[in-house]
Design a protein around this ligand. Sequence first.
Ligand code: DP6
Length: 382
Amino acid sequence: MTSCRAQDIRLTERFRTAGQGPESTSAFDLSCCDGRIIADNDERRLAPDRVVNVMGSGAARAQANVALAKYWGKRNEALNLPYTGSISITLAGLETFAQVDFDASLQSDSLELNGVAAKQDEARKLSSFLDLIRRQSGVSRRARVELRSNFPVAAGLASSASTFAAFAAAATRAAGMCLTDQELSALARRGSGSAARSVFGGFVEWLAGEADDGTDSYATQLAPPEHWDLGIVVAVTAAEPKAVGSREGMARTAKESPFFPVWLQVHDADLEAVRAAIRVRDLALLGQAAERNCLAMHAVALTARPPLLYWNPGTIAVMQRVWSLREQGVEAYFSIDAGPQVKILCPMEQRDAVADGIRGVAGVQRVLLSQPGSGVQHVEVG
Ligand code: DP6
């Protein structure tokens, strides 16, 4: 292992230019780290040479993602370890900015989400995540945290993914921790499972892993954003937070749906089809697998007791419009995460036509245009 200190100086230079060059597709490239994953339940301090230049402050931005083969069910709830692997596309433009300052004058963490003090349950989650970083880095100070997203949060637009990816990057930076991309992904996973994928840009697979401690459950990039010029249209059909969050929704489904074992059985084939489709850029194969997997996830959620229905009438109207566009020869396919918003995949040259077709659908409040985006990026502070 080479010294983290020398590497850190080069990194500081790189952070200064973040956002000025072509989009970076990955978070860090720390050759100083030996690629060993910190055991997820190992909350002891990192070796001293892996905690460098505790700067006190760090800032980063990360983007949401849409899952094409979905994560729905945890084999370990405390560590956010999934039963299955999942694959997503990182969404350009749907972004969360995080700034973290460890400040000796603070008595407790000060946590702000979109300009408003975090509610009790949010604050508990954010502070526990900071505790994880404090234990690993040895930094004991409380932190001032500011998180800002430019899209509806907690409404099925994967805000927890971009939030915890950006938060993990900013906080570890502030604490001077020297992590590989994989380690950052595994750490972001502890905040929210889908955040493991938002650490990377483009087309991303989160490996379920088998180890009880989660050391082999992190995301990896299948292909960079420029691999495939896909258009993505997001139909926002509600802006308010969903009634049942993903954590509770998947726990209830795993425990209470008689079809949960079937979901696990069919998921593997979808995962394989999505992976293959990305490799050869086959939109029909990708879209059909993504729609199938999405409908299976929502079907299994619907059969939980009490049932989970994440859709509203606008969601269904958009799904039907996508099917009718397809009958008219437009290559459009939908996916829906745990909320009422619909994400539509199409060739980039048809993105505007698809967006126009969706804008007129009853119940659609906003249409966002996206495409495969970049991984987490540090922002120079101060
Ligand atoms: C339907 O990652 O939000 O979007 O790990 O409990 O924070 P927690 O859940 P979260 O769940 C995402 C579920 C999903 C599918 C997916 O993103 O793969």
